[in-house]
Design a protein around this ligand. Structure first.
Ligand code: ZN
Ligand code: ZN
Length: 105
């Protein structure tokens, strides 16, 4: 227990514009694509506070990240939704594949 008795703060709900923002989506799903503060790669943050998304929602967020990755020239991306720091608010990282990664041809 620490701090006052208010609602728990969630960094991803507050989503301070401290990094570069690429896009905000409202339909069919509310989410924002921005640079992750700690990883320095683009990530998609769900516009509502829940820990999971449907397959369709994940596909949509990944497609938006891929478009941003293409615009940035990041090349092949891998999508990482292991949420270590904020496990209860869904977010999806787009990580460029390392040079040694076996590429599908
Ligand atoms: Zn949240
Ligand atoms: Zn990150």
């Amino acid at each position: 227990m620490s701090g006052g008795g208010g609602a728990r703060r969630c960094e991803l709900c507050e989503l301070v514009r401290s990094t570069r923002w690429y896009a905000e989506f409202h339909e069919p799903l509310r989410f924002t694509v921005l640079d992750c503060d700690s990883c320095d790669v683009p990530m998609a943050v769900l516009g509502e506070h829940r820990s999971t998304v449907t397959d369709d929602e994940r596909t949509f967020m990944a497609a938006a990240l891929r478009a941003v990755g293409d615009a940035l020239g990041l090349g092949e991306l891998t999508f990482d939704d292991r949420m270590r720091q904020i496990p209860d608010h869904y977010h999806l990282h787009a990580r460029p594949l390392p040079a040694w990664w076996p590429r599908p041809r």
